[in-house]
Structure formats: C-alpha cells, structure tokens
Design a protein around this ligand. Sequence first.
Ligand SMILES: NC(=O)c1ccc[n+]([C@@H]2O[C@H](COP(=O)([O-])OP(=O)(O)OC[C@H]3O[C@@H](n4cnc5c(N)ncnc54)[C@H](O)[C@@H]3O)[C@@H](O)[C@H]2O)c1
Length: 276
Amino acid sequence: MAARLERGDLVIALGGGVIGDLAGFAASIARRGMDFVQMPTSLLARVDSSVGGKTGINSPHGKNLIGAFHQPRLVLADLSTLDTSAPCQFASGYAEVVKYGLIDDEDFFFWLEEKREEIFAGGPAQGEAIARCCAHKARVVIEDEKELGVRALLNLGHTFGHALEKDTGYSDRLLHGEGVSIGMVLAHGFSAGLGLAPSRDTGRIAAHLKSAGLPTILGDIEGGLGSTETLMAAIAQDKKVSRRALTFILTRGIGKAFIEKGVAPEAVSAFLDEMR
Ligand SMILES: NC(=O)c1ccc[n+]([C@@H]2O[C@H](COP(=O)([O-])OP(=O)(O)OC[C@H]3O[C@@H](n4cnc5c(N)ncnc54)[C@H](O)[C@@H]3O)[C@@H](O)[C@H]2O)c1
C-alpha cells in the first residue's frame, strides 16, 4: 500500500513455492485482486506450485489454511535457474514429480525409475519430466479448478505430509517434499494394510524415493515426532475434511490413486502407532 500499487500493476513471484504462494495470495487480496506472474526457480515450484492458482499462507492451525484460488496470468520458467538449487531442495521437488506417476500414470513412474539419475544430473530427461508434470497438473486443474473432485488426487501423501510438517514446525527438519515423500509411502502402506493395494508397491515406491535421497519412514525425521494424538489433531484440520469425516487419497497400487471419503480416524491412528 505504501508503494501505492495500482490494480493494473503486475506482481511477479520470482522464487520457490513459498514466494509463489505468498506473492500470489498478496496479489489476490491487494486492491481486491491484482494480476500476477509466476516465475518459479525451484524444482517444486516448477512442477507443482506455480501451476494451478492455489495461493496461501500457513496458520498456527495448519498448513495453507488461509488462501485463495488466484490464477497467474503466465508461468515463466527458466530451467537454468535450477543449477543453483541445493541438492536437498531438488530432491524435495522430485517427490512431487514422483507423485504424478503414483496418481494415475504408472508408465511415468517406471520411466522415472529408469531416468532418475539423468533427471538429477540435468540432462534432457529433466526438461521432459518437468513438462510432463506441468501438463498433468494443467489437465487436472482445467477439469476441476476449485478442487470439488478430481483435483484432490494431487494431494496424494499430503494429509500425512502436512501433519508431519506442522509437527516439525515447518522447519528445515522436514521440507515440504520430504513430508510428501513420507506421506506417499504412508498412504500406500495404509492402503496395503486395508487390503486395497499390493504391499510390494509400497516397497518399490519407498526404494525409488530413497534412491533420490528422500526420507520414506517416520524414523527418518531427525529429532523425533510428537504423539500420535498430536498428529491426528493436525490431520483433523486437513482441508479435505468434510462434516468432520476424514478424506484420504488411497490407492490400489502404482498409478491407481482414488479419493476415499469417510476414513475412520481410529484406523489412521492405529496405523500411525504401528509405523512409529
Ligand atoms: N500452491 C500450490 O499449489 C503448492 C503446491 C505444492 C507446494 N506448495 C508450497 O510450496 C512450498 C515449497 O516450495 P519450495 O520447495 O520451492 O520451497 P521454498 O520456496 O522454500 O524454496 C526452497 C529454498 O530454495 C531457495 N531457492 C529457490 N530457488 C532457488 C534457486 N534457483 N537457486 C538457489 N536457491 C533457490 C529458496 O530461497 C529457499 O531457501 C511449500 O510451502 C508448499 O506448501 C504450494
């Protein structure tokens, strides 16, 4: 306001997902809505947060609880900015890359298993992986911009992941993608425990994420975690909760995720106890 921004000015979000979410949210409320452009510089922002128009900030009650759907006018990504990305940040973004394969594209997951080293080394496969992720996300968002249905699938692993991020204070102890990595393994393990998915898939996914340097089990989180009750309280604040019933993204195997409404909290709590 001090800079006397006008509604016709353009906000440019140059940075990672945090900058994109914050600048996008600010643009959505300043002068009742200004245009903005996403210029993602981290792998995570490039393959996920810069596309789709979700903007927001965290609250003491949980992750991303305050925000708006506000579409950028343009997403402009320069691959060369990734050269300066810290390895752990690149790996964190890679968890979201893997997510697209696990949702509904098993061929993409198998391709990632083959190409992972090349993607990390910055070869042509890196650009292809990013393009495939953006195309996947754009397809989903065009179908369901406000997450009334199919867009929720993009939350695979996030219900657990967000609870873990809250528990670790949104700190460097657990980056967003690291929480998603553990969360995706938990979502597959939970599905396997319910007899919905083959447990060998859980092992295969965990092995792939581990090969990328990502944490895959609760024990990988340095400094330990709060009680299962604390984690369940965070899960109860999930944005997919409806009439107090838990909604989870479960799976029938690699590339076969689905939305399950009304998951019993007791089952989740017992599963988390088992995983500790
Ligand atoms: N809006 C959405 O749809 C959506 C989707 C997924 C994740 N997110 C959010 O995105 C956030 C995570 O984004 P992130 O992983 O980009 O984290 P981030 O924005 O914190 O960036 C990670 C770190 O890398 C640095 N960085 C960024 N680009 C760099 C570059 N080119 N070279 C060197 N350093 C660079 C940043 O300064 C920061 O320290 C989380 O808060 C998550 O909730 C939002």
